[in-house]
Design a protein. Structure first.
Lengths: 676, 305, 258
């Protein structure tokens, strides 16, 4: 370094060590405040590594270096990328200089920052400095002018951002001073520094060593203040979020935590006292979930996509996580659970539609819906739920469906349509899981009727369980009765196994997710496909004819959350929609993974929460805005909710709402299923 | 059977009880429970008529004691109590003090080969049971309500027994009748067939004409917000079981049906003959509610006039 | 304070049906704690929180032991279930006799709580019969309870009159569904109740003569059960609005619902 006494040089290393120690101390304080010991964290990471860190690394790579989720918001994404990317580049550049200067060069006489590589590096570092300034500028503009509710200009954050800006600006200034003192021919490569040099040329007379040294000290101080102090600010997410992403990377969308495996619990004959499935207070959570809550950045993306929040229900996933995080870091006074202490209102947890939009959006990989279900579990175990929810649970026990209709009427419509039971047709390739809605609701029966007609036309050998079919317990699980759900799942799995069932088709995405993923997590494996997948493959194989031309105007498709975002089935239903409507198919604004709930998810079909608007109404308005005269869906609950909304659509007649199977059966001229 | 005693509260017609008792007993006496100096009520076709005056504060224990003494002294084999709240508590006490068999809410009585047989509902009304009485005496309450009658025929007074003093009545107040779907006997409910908020007036008049409560389906509350949620019938609203449920312009989603399917008589008005509501209806009217409802109002008005 | 709660094991009436040959199919129906008794259990459980001892008494088949676990999950100390072959025919009088024997054996109790009725038989007799047999006061229809030192105040509805009465303890009180909102009993809560809290007793252990419980010796006996046809009429009226309206009004009048 030109013009600096040697001691300065070595002081940097001392400062770096101090800085790292301070950062480590702050990190330790941070995680301990959340009730996580660094030992636990280290153990968790070792465990992750021993299980094969490939998946976690891939996810962290995509999210941290690829900024996959962060990029989804243009302004915040660009700002974040500028700051994160520029800072990363500057750090890397500085490290390279240090390595060459104090290690390879000093001891081995090897230098690598030469020639074109050096020039390009210089240009990149100048760009990074400008990028950092731009990023901080955007951050300042956002916090001071745009002011989203979630962001303020707390002093610690101001200091951190100021440090970054000062670091970048003084870096360029130093570069300019060096250029003025020692002009070089390649100064256009350090274009930013060069521009600064041009700007300060009039002051050149007053530039002396003292000014240079002072600038340098400010530069280094700023860098170290940021590095050492970031963890004391909201910028602690730089460390917390990548770690949390790694820890949460294996969670499938919508997957709920298994608090116990009831089958194993019963088999072991262990004492059930003290076993619980949810949490009464955040302090009871295991370290991993405490760490998860602590890593919330309060960015507000969950809130933006939350259908409950959009409908004016008393739930914002951001506020909910922040309340839990706040209570974790400094518990409020008072006795009892978090509801008794006023941390949250029970209406907030009952407002959740379990649609998974927030979790899909969260850049920190926080599991808001799962956390909410765990609070519901606590409420159910305490018996602290209102009559409507209690009734659903009671009716599930008594009538084996959440509607409270007699179990023996479940088979009535199917029997009339002449569908064989698995006893009558033990050689069936597929078991058709009809579900409660289509078994009892005449409108939803139309879906089953269409599926039956299509399967018959394609010559698929299928059967149903008949009267021994019963609710799979999706609503029970979402309501929080985990033990009841697991008990039910064991009994149903036993029924299915006793008939040798392996392949199942269902038109209900709630059943699909439950029988497929949830039962598998309890070691009960069945191959389950959604009717849209099976019918689409029957079309592709030519086992179903191509439908006649469509004259129904614009057709759009509403992705059911449980089918799309939570099961990853997007293309088969679109294939069906396209084969029915061809060119008349239009996408909704929020489609595929970004789909917006119909309002029935998370058991919300069965009870009421306070709201300003209906979720289904919001979704239907979107379909109307797309000019759709028909809204296709692939879930009996979505069908019911959206059809209801269509009936009350402003301006009289709303669009027609129908299941894809119904539209296809209609296009093929099939009659309602009747006894053959 | 030689003697049955029919017991009823004054101001109510005991006709149903006397008719029922006649089927199994050759002589029927009527014991009226009256307030001091109050109305006496009618005793249609009874062979004899008695009245006992009990204060408003009289306990079921006192009621049981006086009826028990009466039945003992007259040698009645059957005490038949009217379907009135005051007898519900007294019945078991009475049966124990008479050593009699007890049966509640009988819908029929008959003399079987081995004695008296009462018919009553079981399992929430899904079955009828015949209950054979295996004691020489029985205390039975019947399930038929009476209509107030104003006859003031002569009756022989019966001395009440001394008050037991078992219970103290601390307060008593008549509750203002509150409109509520839950216990309503008649409900007129409407759905999206009603096109505008103004048209609700038509439905309200119908409800008024039928002396019915006003109900509605979910979209009316949640999407249209024409009514508060206390009017909503269905899964996420109130579950109702009135004597008459008149559904106007309701298609009959399962969410609505599970909330009203236990109604005694269901009438549906809908212009779509394929509407699911017709599946659960006793009477379905296929037609435009904008024509049917005014006509119905007229038909009901004519009946009232 | 010692409280006895009567909790009945009943089949779920919404699942009871007749076979095509007209036989009543009760066996297949799921069973549960009588809904009305849940309110009594809830009330007792709240009193237990302030120090009362709560014992549950019931009469039922062997499988009622599982139902007793559910009843215990509301918060009670133990349950006594009287059973035997005689249970199948037991009438309300016989049940009250057995429950009275339990009350004497486990007693003395200050308060006996029960639901006003049971969902299966709907006799509304057992609590009153029990009170008469124990020689205690009986108040039914409780919508609110206030238990004092030596007496209990009961608020109840008689027709549209709300009255508050006070009776001395010990007393039998039967309750309505307006009394409280029973907590939800989760599957886990039931599983956590140890079976050892349920004691099963027979007539001899209660000092009762089995001969008195033979079908022929009971005060009443169900001699026949037949289905009630409750299928909807599905009668459709079509035509001129004025004519249909008149027809409808006439029909409703005929049905006695106007």
């Amino acid at each position: 370094m030109p013009g600096l006494p040697g001691a300065f040089h070595w002081l940097i290393y001392v400062a770096l060590v101090v800085c790292l120690v301070v950062a480590a101390w702050l990190f330790n304080r941070r995680v301990r405040a959340a009730g996580v010991s660094p030992a636990e964290l280290a153990h968790g990471l070792r465990e992750l590594a021993s299980k094969g860190p490939g998946e976690a690394l891939a996810v962290v790579g995509a999210e941290v270096f690829g900024q996959r989720r962060v990029r989804r918001r243009p302004y915040a994404g660009l700002m974040h990328l500028l700051i994160f990317g520029s800072y990363g580049m500057l750090t890397l550049g500085t490290v390279l200089i240090a390595v060459q200067h104090d290690f390879t060069g000093r001891f081995f006489g090897v230098t690598f920052l030469n020639g074109n590589f050096y020039l390009v590096e210089k240009a990149l570092l100048d760009t990074a400095a400008l990028g950092l300034l731009a990023g901080v500028g955007m951050a300042a503009w956002r916090r001071l002018a745009i002011r989203p509710v979630t962001l303020g200009a707390r002093p610690t954050v101001v200091v951190a951002y100021a440090a970054l800006a000062v670091m970048a600006a003084t870096g360029l200034l130093l570069e300019a001073m060096r250029e003025l003192a020692y002009p070089v021919s390649w100064s256009h490569w350090t274009y930013a520094g060069h521009l600064v040099a041009l700007a300060i040329t009039p002051l050149v007379g007053r530039l002396n060593l003292g000014a240079y040294q002072a600038t340098w000290v400010v530069h280094v101080l700023a860098a170290f203040i940021f590095m050492g102090g970031a963890l004391a600010t909201a910028l602690d997410h730089v460390v917390l979020v990548p770690l949390n992403i790694a820890l949460q990377s294996s969670r499938a969308p919508g997957e709920l935590r298994l608090p116990f495996n009831l089958a194993e619990l019963l088999e072991s004959g262990g004492d059930l006292e003290g076993v619980s499935s949810g949490f009464a207070n955040p302090s009871e959570l295991d370290w991993k979930r405490r760490f998860m809550l602590a890593s919330c950045v309060n960015c507000g993306r969950c809130e933006e996509v939350c259908p409950a929040n959009a409908a004016g229900r008393p739930l914002s996933p951001r506020k909910l996580v922040q309340a839990l995080k706040g209570d974790l870091l400094s518990p409020s006074d008072g006795a009892g659970d978090l509801f008794a202490r006023g941390v949250l209102d029970t209406d907030a947890v009952w407002s959740c539609l379990s649609c998974g939009a927030c979790a899909r959006e969260c850049p920190a990989f926080i599991d808001q819906p799962g956390t909410i279900v765990e609070m519901r579990r606590h409420l159910v175990e305490e018996g602290n739920v209102d009559e409507a929810k209690a009734l659903v649970l009671a009716q599930l026990e008594r009538n084996q469906n959440p509607l409270g209709l007699p179990s023996y009427q479940r088979f009535a419509r199917l029997a009339e349509a002449g569908v064989p039971t698995i006893e009558e047709n033990p050689g069936a390739e597929y078991l058709y899981w009809v579900g409660c809605m289509s078994s009892y609701d005449q409108r939803a029966w139309g879906v089953a009727s269409a599926v039956i007609s299509l399967l018959r036309l394609a010559g698929v050998n299928f059967a149903v369980l008949g009267e021994s079919e019963r609710c799979l317990g999706e609503c029970q699980r979402k309501l929080g009765d985990e033990a009841g759900f697991q008990m039910r799942s064991m009994e149903i799995a036993e029924t299915l196994r006793s008939h040798g069932v392996t392949k199942i088709v269902t038109h209900c995405p709630h059943c699909l997710v439950t029988l497929g993923r949830d039962y598998r997590s309890l070691d009960m494996e069945f191959q389950v496909v959604h009717h849209s997948e099976l019918v689409q493959s029957l079309l592709a194989q030519g086992r179903l004819p191509t439908p006649k031309s469509w004259e129904g105007g614009k057709l759009t498709y509403h992705d059911p959350c449980n089918l799309g975002r939570l099961s990853g089935v997007f293309d088969a239903p679109r294939g069906l929609a396209a084969s029915v409507a061809g060119e008349s198919f239009v996408e909704l604004e929020r489609s595929r993974e970004k789909s917006f709930c119909c309002g029935a998810g998370g058991s919300n079909y069965f009870y009421k929460v306070p709201a300003q608007e209906s979720v289904s109404g919001l979704r239907l308005a979107e379909a109307q805005a797309a000019g759709a005269s028909t809204v296709a869906t692939a879930c009996p609950f979505c069908l019911s909710m959206l059809e209801d909304a269509a009936r009350t659509a402003p301006g009289g007649q709303g669009p027609r709402v129908a299941d894809l199977a119904e539209l296809l059966a209609e296009a093929l001229g099939l009659e309602a299923a009747a006894a053959p | 059977m030689d003697l049955a005693v029919v017991v009823s509260e004054a101001g109510a017609d005991a006709g149903a009880g006397v008719t029922l008792a006649r089927k199994v007993a050759s002589r029927v006496e009527h014991l009226v429970i009256a307030l001091p100096g109050g109305e006496r009520g009618a005793s249609p076709a009874a062979d004899a008529r008695y009245v006992v005056e009990l204060g408003e504060d009289a306990a079921p224990e006192d009621l049981a004691a006086v009826v028990s003494a009466f039945a003992e002294s007259h040698g009645a084999q059957l005490v038949l109590l009217a379907a009135q709240p005051i007898f519900r508590e007294a019945l078991p006490l009475l049966s124990v003090s008479l050593g009699a068999a007890a049966v509640t809410d009988a819908t029929d009585l008959a003399s079987g080969a081995d004695g008296l047989v009462a018919t009553r509902m079981l399992y929430g009304g899904s079955a009828l049971a015949e209950v054979a009485i295996q004691r020489p005496r029985a205390v039975v309450s019947h399930a038929f309500g009476g209509v107030p009658a104003d006859s003031t025929a002569e009756a022989e007074p019966v001395e009440p027994t001394a008050p037991s003093g078992v219970r103290k009545v601390l307060s008593r107040r008549r509750l203002p009748s509150e409109a509520s779907l839950k216990g309503a006997r008649r409900i007129v409910s409407f759905g999206r067939g009603v096109r505008s908020k103004e048209d609700m007036a038509m439905i309200t008049s119908l409800a008024k004409a039928l002396d019915a409560e006003l109900g509605c389906s979910r979209p009316i509350v949640e999407d249209m917000r024409w009514l508060g949620s206390d009017h909503q019938v269905g899964l996420t609203g109130t579950t109702v079981a009135p004597d008459l449920y008149l559904a106007v312009g309701i298609s009959g989603q399962i969410q609505h049906l599970v909330g009203m399917r236990d109604s005694k008589v269901i009438v549906a008005v809908n212009n779509n003959p394929a509407a699911p509501i017709f599946e659960v209806a006793d009477i379905g009217v296929v037609g435009d509610l904008y024509q049917v409802v005014p006509s119905l109002l007229e038909a009901l008005g004519a009946a009232a006039g | 304070m010692r409280i006895l709660v009567l909790a009945k094991h009943v089949p779920d009436t919404t699942e009871i049906r007749f076979s095509p040959t007209g036989e009543l199919m009760v066996r297949q129906a799921p069973t549960k704690v009588n809904d009305y008794d849940r309110h009594a259990l809830e009330e007792a459980s709240r009193l237990r929180e302030s120090g009362a001892e709560v014992v549950i008494a019931s009469v039922g088949p062997p499988e009622a032991a599982k139902t007793m676990k559910e009843a215990l999950a509301y918060g009670a100390d133990r349950a006594v279930l009287a059973g035997g072959a005689w249970v199948a025919d037991a009438d309300p009088e016989a049940m009250a006799e057995v429950l009275a024997a339990i009350a004497r054996r486990e007693g003395p109790f200050d308060l006996v709580l029960a639901g006003d009725v049971s969902e299966d038989g709907y006799n509304a007799l057992v609590p009153g019969l029990l009170a008469a047999k124990l020689g205690t006061p009986y108040v039914r229809g409780a919508t609110a309870l206030g238990v004092g030192g030596a007496s209990v105040k009961v608020t109840r509805l008689v027709g549209d009159v709300e009255e508050e009465v006070e009776v001395a303890l010990p007393a039998v009180i039967s309750v309505t569904r307006l009394l409280n909102s029973p907590r939800v009993i989760s599957t886990m809560a039931v599983m956590k109740v140890p079976m050892s809290k349920v004691e099963t007793v027979d007539l001899a252990e209660l000092g009762l003569d089995p001969a008195a419980f033979a079908p022929g010796a009971l005060s009443t006996r169900v001699s026949a059960v037949r289905p009630v046809q409750s299928k909807r009429g599905n009668e459709m009226l079509r035509g001129e609005p004025a004519e249909i309206a008149a027809e409808l009004a006439a029909k409703l009048r005929g049905m006695g619902v106007l």
